[in-house]
Design a protein around this ligand. Sequence first.
Ligand code: HEM
Length: 274
Amino acid sequence: MFTSNPFATLSGVISPEMMQGYIVLMVLLVMGGTILDMIHKKSAKYFFENAKKAQKSAKREVSGGEKVAMATSVLVKEVLTSGEFSNPRRRLSHLLTMWGTILFIVTTASMIFSPESTSTLLPQLWHIGALMLAVGGYWFWFAIRVDVSAEGLPWFRFERADLFILSLLATATFALAWSFTGGGLSVLFALFILSSTVLFGGVYWSKFAHMFFKPAAAFQKRVIMADGGRENLPPDYDLTDPEVQRKFPDVPMYMGKNPPNMGLCIKAERAKHY
Ligand code: HEM
């Protein structure tokens, strides 16, 4: 079952050209949705204006070589290994969801664009991708997302912001159920196509486009730290430094000459106030 290409069971009813046309349409919908999203939220405009403003408070110029090193580091840390998540459960769940989705999409396109292929590896990777996506996604939905893990809301409560994760989960679940029940034209196939159309057609309303915006934001964050601008935020002060104590005399007044480093307030306590 794992080694058979579920799309091959459709070839008598739906031509490979129609399936390829569907994939092209989904790519266009993602591109269109992302562009509309950028226009509507003015995110690209804000991003470039903010970058220009940040440049004004730069203390030094960041070289081209440094920028290449930063882009490589963003690719390795934030993009490929979800390094933005400091909570290991969130990171692992995101890694499973992200890599599962990529594997699932790439193998779907490969099988549909090479209908004569008899590879058993592609269907195996397709099933593994869908399973990884389902495991990471359901884990996120039932236990990790802030609504349930920190705000005590029930898992079955959802709103528009959940469109992305729910359409991802529905796509993976119906794809697996369709394949495990023998493929072909069936209700499960219709539900699989419906959910994937919502996933790729709903980019404008969902969090889908974060996968394009987050890397750009992570890169920009590195630039403002490297050029010393820090978006005009104050530096991390060493409270034991006499220079800092002269600048902020209330520090030694209330905390003594050798104040302890209390770390980030945000990490002082786990969010669980419900
Ligand atoms: C196929 C690619 C990807 C998939 C399927 C995916 C999936 C997800 C999902 C399901 C969430 C939770 C969304 C929610 O709160 O409902 C999420 C959040 C997040 N993703 Fe991704 N992601 C992908 C790519 C990326 C990339 C490339 C980055 C960063 C470079 C990234 C960074 C993040 C971050 C930082 C969050 C937390 C969002 C927040 O709370 O603001 N993701 N992702």
